[in-house]
Ligand binder design. Structure first.
Ligand code: AMP
Ligand code: MG
Length: 322
């Protein structure tokens, strides 16, 4: 297995990446959240290659990335709530699910056949330059096999894909947010959170008022397949809310007060900063997911702000595998 070339995300590399996208190939790119597996959103074959590469259930729709709000308006119908959020919170880790425009050129496969589409404007200038050079929207699910830990460095991506599926990896350094985007459903009168992520609920509610939470209505059919319980699982079992650590476990710690006796330990944030913890989360889960260990003991993270998204990921990672 040969790894794809990793190149720094500068001008010539972006031009090379755009040419590869035009040829229907897959290119991994950095964003402020996690690394994305990029492909031409208007090409069914390119989108199918993304599902194949990820081994992703085909009912799990992909997020479409645009260089600016104007180009995304040609794909989906923005309403007043979307306009407010976009004016204040874009670019940033906020994905909006909106009704497709009648003449929307995005592959139906990308939206898993739904009449809605998830759209986002990533914060990094180089990511948007790539989309501008390509001159079409790109799909960009996290660049990891489905159900595994999301990549927050170029090296993580290279661990998971060879050059037969992935043509190029644009290296933009470690992702500053380190969590996927928050997914907000605005396709109905009641705004609903489909996935907690890098943008906090408080920031969103300050703009548009109360947002329905994922589990507030158990009668609702599951709207966002990414909410599947075991979606973010490392190979080892996770033991949550750990206050001690066993001899055969690794410890994923949080804060300054750490139980003694861990042979293998990483700390999400010694100062107890949820931002720092989010940035470290996936990289540390990966690093601790070692075959010579029996499990990962995870200390609790306060369920506030980005802590909610972290706990959401941890609960999924700890859920029984189905
Ligand atoms: P990822 O591409 O790995 O960041 O995951 C995308 C997330 O957005 C998943 O949780 C999807 O289920 C969700 N998503 C994407 N498009 C839609 C849509 N049209 N309706 C509901 N959820 C969506
Ligand atoms: Mg993902």
């Amino acid at each position: 297995m040969t790894s794809p070339p990793i190149v720094r995300a500068d001008g010539p590399a972006l031009a090379r990446a755009a040419a590869l996208l035009r040829a229907g190939r897959l290119v991994a790119f950095p964003t402020e959240t996690v690394y994305g597996l990029g492909a031409d959103a208007t090409s069914d074959t390119a989108v199918a290659a993304v599902y194949a590469a990820k081994g992703r259930p085909t009912f799990n729709p992909l997020i479409v990335h645009g260089a600016d709000a104007e180009s995304l308006r040609r794909l989906v119908r923005f309403d007043d709530r979307a306009d407010l959020l976009v004016a204040r919170l874009w670019p940033g880790p906020l994905t909006l699910v909106l009704p497709r425009q009648p003449n929307c050129p995005v592959s139906l496969l990308a939206g898993a056949g739904l009449d809605t589409l998830a759209v986002r404007m990533p914060a990094r200038e180089d990511t948007r330059d790539l989309i501008r050079l390509f001159d079409r929207p790109i799909v960009g699910p996290s660049a990891n096999p489905s159900g595994r830990v999301s990549p927050t460095t170029a090296a993580h991506v290279a661990d998971d894909f060879d050059d037969t599926v992935l043509a190029l990896i644009l290296d933009g350094g470690p992702c500053p947010v380190g969590l996927e985007s928050t997914v907000l459903d605005l396709s109905r009168p009641q705004a609903a959170l489909l996935r907690p992520g890098g943008m906090t609920l408080a920031e969103i509610e300050a703009m548009i008022g109360p947002v329905a939470l994922p589990d507030s209505d158990p009668e609702q059919p599951m709207r966002s397949p990414g909410m599947l319980a075991s979606h973010y699982a490392p190979s080892l079992p996770l033991r949550l809310d750990a206050i001690d650590v066993r001899a055969d476990e690794a410890l994923l710690a949080f804060g300054a007060r750490v139980p003694p006796g861990a042979a293998t330990m990483l700390n999400l944030s010694t100062s107890g900063d949820p931002m720092e913890a989010a940035t470290n989360l996936f990289a540390m889960l990966r690093a601790l997911d070692r075959p010579d260990l029996a499990g990962i003991a995870v200390m609790s993270v306060p369920d506030e702000g980005l802590g909610q998204a972290i706990n959401d990921r941890l609960r999924r990672a700890a859920a029984p595998r189905g």
